[in-house]
Ligand binder design. Structure first.
Ligand code: KG4
Ligand code: ZN
Length: 352
């Protein structure tokens, strides 16, 4: 069973092909991020225009990398939400058209759930990918940490899950991006915060740990605490504009703030994950989403869970088509989400 996955929920035009829900055959990603960076965030109109320009070349390249043609594809899986409506529409229109022309069954995939399925890839014909030896075993505890989502999910089986908790305000990746902005780093700032943090002291500043009940998260208070800390460091009141703060901070202050923020943000993810492991005793713990590529998160989580945790290859943490193709295999196997091309609908605010 070869599944072609199409993902266009944000700025990545991404297509991947996966065999039998476990073997990665191709993973082609074109990101329009360089076109958004100067605006400090993704501009929906620019993202959809870029998807329109690149979706067909990306599909062709992905088929080429997998050494397959359309006749070898058994079905198509396409992200229907959550995401930017204009961006989702380009992927959806393309998937509907190709499914109709080539007469392939079409499956509607949930982007957030898709992130976790990057962990089901256990072999690869592509060079340079680190994949797990075995597929995750149920019950599975999943931690999703991306630019738009932060949630802990407990799975009894495929498509049989409960969301234990989610963020009540900002997603953790969003908090990384906002703190990066305060420190004068380019958007998206997650990777740059992580790099800067390596040069800083995580214990230099004490930042508050969000007090949220149960398995929910909160990151907006931490982001505000970072702003107040920076304003205080340069001797200004809280009314001093955040946009002017970074020019007055020296490199050591920036590195220490980055390290202290990263440590606080990660601590709350780790504490809640550890509690869920103790309470629910999952067989496998998996992490997914853009922030799952953060080295500090990987090391600290591995430490507290004695290595009983799995992360996808860094190239499969941020948005990609392979995760949607992998999820597509299970959608077909469990008879979920099959949609006639003419009925395929996007849902920008789809939740898990
Ligand atoms: O999963 P993703 O590509 O998009 C969403 O579905 O949201 O995640 C993107 C997010 C951005 O906020 C980015 O800053 C963050 O992941 N990110 C990181 C790292 N790499 C990407 N955050 C912290 N450390 C990283 N190494
Ligand atoms: Zn994503």
């Amino acid at each position: 069973m070869n599944v072609l996955g199409i993902e266009t929920s944000c700025d990545e035009t991404a297509v991947g092909i996966v065999k039998d829900g476990q073997k990665l055959l191709s993973n082609t990603v074109y990101s329009s991020m360089h076109k958004h960076a100067k605006y400090g965030g993704v501009i929906p109109e620019i993202a959809s225009r870029s998807h329109l320009e690149y979706i067909i070349p990306v599909i062709e390249e992905s088929l080429g990398d997998a050494k397959l043609s359309w006749k070898d594809i058994d079905f198509v899986s396409c992200t229907s939400g959550a995401g930017l409506s204009g961006s989702l529409l380009i992927g959806a229109m393309t998937a509907k058209t190709l499914a109709k022309i080539f007469q392939k069954p079409l499956y509607s995939a949930n982007h957030v759930l898709g992130h976790l399925y990057a962990n089901f890839l256990t072999s690869s014909t592509l060079k340079g990918y680190m994949v797990r030896n075995n597929q995750p075993q149920f019950p599975i505890l999943g931690l999703i940490v991306s630019g738009g989502h932060t949630q802990l999910v407990l799975f009894k089986n495929h498509f049989n899950y409960v969301v234990l908790g989610k963020t009540l305000d900002d997603a953790v990746g969003e908090a990384f991006d906002k703190v990066a902005k305060i420190l004068g780093l380019d958007y998206p700032g997650g990777v740059k915060i992580a790099e800067l943090a390596l040069k800083g002291d995580k214990n230099r500043y004490k930042l508050p740990e969000p007090k949220v009940l149960g398995y929910n998260f909160s990151f907006s208070g931490l982001k505000t605490a970072v702003l107040r800390l920076a304003q205080n460091e340069i001797g200004e009141k809280y009314t001093f504009p955040s946009i002017k703060v970074s020019n007055r901070l020296n490199e050591a202050q920036k590195a220490n703030i980055a390290a202290s923020f990263q440590y606080s943000a990660i601590k709350s993810l780790i504490n809640k994950t550890r509690r869920a492991v103790v309470q629910f005793k999952p067989k496998t713990v998996i992490v997914a989403g853009g922030v799952a590529s953060n080295q500090c998160l990987r090391e600290e989580l591995s430490l507290v869970l004695n290595g009983n945790i799995e992360f996808p290859d860094v190239k499969l943490c941020t948005d990609n088509g392979a995760m949607i193709a992998c999820l597509g295999f299970y959608l077909n196997k469990y008879k979920v989400g099959l949609t006639r091309p003419e009925d395929f609908k996007i849902n920008p605010s789809l939740v898990m």
